[in-house]
Design a protein around this ligand. Structure first.
Ligand SMILES: NC(=O)c1ccc[n+]([C@@H]2O[C@H](COP(=O)([O-])OP(=O)(O)OC[C@H]3O[C@@H](n4cnc5c(N)ncnc54)[C@H](OP(=O)(O)O)[C@@H]3O)[C@@H](O)[C@H]2O)c1
Length: 282
């Protein structure tokens, strides 16, 4: 049995689809609200709260492999509950910032989870993805409302990754031999700027989407209200304010592990065009 956490999210939902399509055997998806989860046929929806590891007991029963998205809950307690339940292998989603920006708070937290996993006695595979293509969903309301998209660091080109590629690497690590004790830094196939991302969305919508670069100070003022100051500064640093060659580097890990090329941003935009379209009557 494989248990997928974050199963209704960007990576988890893609992973459930891929495990189903490949006939990977019994799979369970964790959610806090099974009534709202639309999982592939045959995938068991199980409720549990990652913030309360004791609530995960039913979800973990009989599980041999765990796909764990880090920092959604109480990671130390989750790993302990998994070990006690007899989980043999954990595939952990961490972040590339562990190696590109280790001084930042969120990166330090991810590194701490990686270390706990390595010390847990369970086999492990660590995925360190770079920034997700799905972060562009933060512009969806503005684009649907025909407003100008405003973003800082408009010309910084990062090798943004399609979350389905993180899922594909996870699927291989969960179901094929040879991936225990491996740490994979994951990127998309090419660097893409914020301006180019908006252009790609405009192309699939078949209309102009106005874009304006804003200063870090302007962006920070909006982000602090949502994430708090430390996380806002960390996001601004890793998306343009303090980039370095390690962060900018395109890697071939996705194609090496999965055998398929990593998906470009424009593919993510095409697959998710509806999120940027006004619904009828709206
Ligand atoms: N965004 C990036 O650029 C980036 C880059 C590197 C690494 N990462 C890492 O990627 C992860 C996010 O992945 P994602 O985009 O696939 O996630 P996501 O789309 O934000 O979805 C998160 C999922 O987690 C579930 N969840 C949240 N809190 C929970 C809780 N207390 N108990 C149980 N489930 C809970 C939610 O499911 P329910 O609502 O159904 O319970 C939701 O489906 C984070 O660990 C982040 O650090 C992100």
């Amino acid at each position: 049995m494989i248990l997928v956490t974050g199963a209704t999210g960007n990576i988890g939902s893609a992973l459930l689809k891929e495990l189903h399509a490949r006939g990977a055997g019994p799979v369970r998806g964790l959610t806090r609200d099974a009534a709202r989860a639309a999982f592939p046929e045959g995938t068991e929806a199980v409720e549990g709260d990652l913030a309360e590891p004791a609530s995960l007991k039913p979800a973990l029963t009989g599980v041999r492999s765990l796909f764990l998205v880090s920092r959604l809950g109480a990671d130390a307690g989750i790993l302990e509950a998994a070990r006690k339940a007899g989980v043999e292998h954990v595939v952990l989603v961490s972040s590339i910032t562990v190696q590109t920006h280790p001084h930042l708070g969120p990166a330090g937290e991810n590194l701490a989870v990686e270390e706990l996993l390595k010390e847990s006695g369970m086999a492990w595979t660590i995925l360190r993805p770079t920034q997700f293509a799905s972060n562009a969903l933060m512009w969806a309301a503005s684009i649907r409302g025909r407003e100008t998209v405003r973003a800082p660091y408009a010309e910084t080109a990062l090798p943004t990754i399609h979350p389905a590629d993180v899922a594909s690497v996870a699927r291989v690590a969960l179901t094929e031999p040879g991936h225990h004790g491996r740490t994979y830094a994951l990127t998309g196939p090419e660097p893409v700027t914020a301006r180019q991302q908006v252009e790609a969305i405009a192309a699939v919508l078949g209309r102009e989407v106005p874009f304006a670069e804003i200063s870090r100070r302007q962006a920070r003022a909006q982000m602090v209200a949502v994430f708090g100051p430390e996380a806002a500064d960390a996001v601004l640093d890793v998306t343009g304010g303090d980039v370095n060659p390690e962060l900018l580097r395109v890697r071939d890990t996705v194609s090496r592990v999965t055998g398929a090329p990593a998906r470009p941003f424009r593919r993510w935009a095409a697959e998710n065009a509806d999120a940027f379209r006004r619904t009828a009557g709206a």
